[in-house]
Ligand binder design. Structure first.
Ligand code: NAG
Ligand code: NAG
Ligand code: NAG
Ligand code: NAG
Ligand code: NAG
Ligand code: NAG
Ligand code: NAG
Ligand code: NAG
Length: 561
């Protein structure tokens, strides 16, 4: 984990402890939780990652003016959809493709008059080849469930067919679909049967990558069923991202709109939690007022996540969050676009501005304002200039923070799924907190000892079978520290996968393009997020606190039970 870049790995599970210590939250707070549909429908499976923990951490901060500094990685909207909710989606069983009595036919029936020569090109649209490929995919990838296959298309040469499919890991708790596309080298034998000689790596079938517009998914009836049965919106990782900034086409479109804009304030360069908590307050107010939120896509990344240890301006919202999803689930506009349109038309169309500089003015008091733009200006004195303060007090029971609009960046999650795919979705994971805490023997007397390779080996012995792939999420910068574990496990670390974000990667290319040609650093927040999410995809997940050590997460005598 990018400890060097400042991510605090205590992040994982940290909040679980916080919630337990903070369980005394009020009925009032609970009512807010109930308002949050996503939270209300969530059924916790793993208390360590109980999402409402996060909300509670936020909420408990309200009594205190200063926001609780918490540099953990956020749970976002998609995490609130319980795995349970989506398990009813039926995946494609091999018997759907090959009825039981036919299951033994691995290769196609020989055709009596087989005129095709071995060297003839393979017709990827041949249903027989499609079936063969689907079958082989299902048989080869044992740790995933398939939900939809796309029709194969001709690959880079005449004997290659590329095919895409939607899948989910069998044991995953995380609610998302994944898309893979691989190339299959198909050969034909003398008796005209087909055979798949090899299947390429994760995302090797680039010719099948694109959604074919207008054409329903290959495995038709099932695909439709999935769509129809699913009332839940889930991200599809691996699908191309289009997070272009929305534009308003016409003058009348712009001038008849109503807008809300938050300006200034002390939220900049704070933790990502703080950012979201404030941002979702502004979005909640905009939705309450039926207005378009004019947002600033440029963020300032707090020094807690940067390798320079300084706050860094000029980051883009889209590096961290799924703007495409936000754009589709809420009415938002980028402020550059907005001001440019405003400049053009506000005089001509007599567009008016309503300015508020007092956080005590509630959204309810603004319900009848007819001005085109409501602008809240925030002062210079912290903590009264935090955006989220607008949503405190009586407003809290009226404004619902629209959590479901916030998903993690699919480009980052794509790295997570690539790592998991390379491990065949069949690995265990352990989170090893060291760093500052291990050095502070006053507050964590046993941590250093308990996370030493020797202790790890003996603790993990009973929990994780020898020979397994073990993903180690850690803030220990020198991963050779864990070498002794190699005797028993095949260990993997985030940095083993740096090709997924280095100069030749798709992530690098796409973020650079978003950033007007300037390369984007894979910063501490991103590292933490990817490390955490890979950890969460392990079949067995071992946490540091409670599981590796009896030391308390927040220091001596802070364990709550
Ligand atoms: C999962 O769904 C089933 C069926 O709807 C329900 O009976 C069960 O209680 C749910 N479990 C959880 C943990 O939500
Ligand atoms: C704010 O936090 C401080 C320290 O944690 C505590 O002493 C104080 O009572 C809190 N204030 C409120 C209003 O809860
Ligand atoms: C596939 O369907 C068959 C017959 O309906 C069933 O016995 C089998 O358990 C199913 N496989 C899975 C993985 O659900
Ligand atoms: C087996 O497959 C053949 C040809 O694909 C088909 O005609 C036949 O009906 C299938 N048998 C069953 C029992 O589904
Ligand atoms: C066709 O392309 C595949 C995948 O790139 C490769 O493995 C295979 O050898 C190629 N076949 C020929 C005949 O070039
Ligand atoms: C066709 O040829 C392949 C490879 O030569 C062989 O494995 C397969 O059994 C043959 N199939 C039939 C039905 O003869
Ligand atoms: C991306 O989405 C926007 C808005 O939906 C659309 O106008 C644009 O054409 C899309 N771009 C591409 C390359 O698909
Ligand atoms: C927003 O729109 C909804 C539905 O059209 C309406 O019920 C509500 O009163 C509106 N809210 C405001 C503040 O205008």
């Amino acid at each position: 984990m990018g400890r060097s870049s400042g991510f605090n790995p205590d992040a994982l599970g940290h909040n679980a402890m916080t919630i337990i210590t903070n369980l005394c939250f009020t009925v009032f707070v609970v009512s807010v939780l109930i308002f949050t549909i996503i939270a209300a429908t969530y059924q916790p499976e793993d208390p360590l990652f109980h999402p409402s923990t996060k909300i509670t951490t936020f909420l408990t901060s309200k009594s205190n003016a200063t926001f609780r500094s918490d540099d953990s990685v956020l749970r976002t909207g998609e995490d609130f959809v319980s795995a349970n909710q989506s398990t009813f989606l039926t995946f494609i069983n091999i018997t759907d493709i090959f009825p039981a009595s036919n299951v033994t036919t691995v290769v196609s029936e020989p055709i009596e008059e087989c005129s095709n020569s071995i060297r003839d090109p393979i017709d990827c649209t041949d249903p027989e080849i499609f079936h063969l490929m689907m079958r082989l995919a299902i048989e080869t990838f044992n740790d995933i469930h398939f939900y939809r296959f796309g029709k194969p298309v001709r690959g880079p040469n005449l004997t290659t067919c590329d095919m895409a499919w939607r899948f989910r890991p069998k044991e995953g708790k995380a609610a998302a679909f994944y898309k893979d596309y691989r190339s299959f080298v198909v050969s034909r034998s003398e008796n005209c049967t087909f055979r798949v000689a090899s299947i390429g790596d994760y995302h090797s079938g680039v010719y099948a990558r694109k959604k074919q517009k207008g054409k329903p998914g290959g495995f038709g009836p099932k695909a439709k069923a999935v769509q129809a049965e699913s009332p839940i919106l889930l991200p599809v990782l691996g699908e191309a991202v289009n997070d272009s900034v929305p534009v308003i086409e016409s003058e009348s479109g712009f001038s008849s709109g109503k807008y809300l804009l938050y300006n200034g304030g002390g939220d900049r360069c704070k933790s990502m939690n703080h950012f979201l908590w404030s941002f979702l307050c502004s979005l909640g107010e905009a939705q309450y007022l039926n207005r378009t939120l004019v947002m600033d896509l440029k963020l300032c990344l707090s020094s807690i996540y940067t390798s320079s240890r300084k706050d860094e301006e000029g980051k883009d919202f889209r590096f961290y969050f799924d703007f495409e999803h936000l754009r589709e689930s809420a009415s938002v506009l980028d402020q550059n676009q907005f001001w440019s349109d405003w400049g053009k038309w506000h005089k001509k169309d007599k567009l008016s501005l309503y300015l508020i500089d007092d956080i005590k003015v509630t959204p309810m008091q603004l319900a009848d304002i007819q001005n085109t733009l409501i602008m809240r200006k925030f002062g210079a004195v912290e903590p009264d200039n935090y955006w989220y303060r607008v949503c405190e007090g009586e407003t809290e029971s009226v404004i619902q923070r629209p959590w479901h609009t916030i998903w993690k960046s699919r480009r980052l999650m794509e790295i997570v799924s690539a790592i998991s795919a390379r491990l065949n979705w069949d690995f265990d994971s352990v989170h090893v907190v060291r760093g500052e805490k291990a050095r502070n023997t006053e507050l964590w007397p046993n941590l250093a000892k308990d996370t030493s390779p020797e202790s790890l080996l003996s603790t993990l012995k009973d929990k994780i079978d020898a020979g397994r792939n073990l993903y180690i999420a850690t803030n220990e910068p020198d991963t050779s520290f864990f070498n002794p574990l190699n005797d028993r496990y095949t260990t993997h670390f985030l940095n083993d996968y740096s090709d997924l974000w280095n100069e030749n990667s798709e992530w690098y290319k796409e973020t650079k393009e978003l950033n007007y040609g300037v390369p984007v650093a894979f910063d501490g927040y991103m590292r933490g997020e990817v490390d955490t999410e890979v950890f969460l995809r392990g079949k067995k997940q071992i946490e540091t606190f409670n599981e590796l050590t009896r030391d308390c997460k927040d220091g001596i005598n802070t364990c709550s039970s």
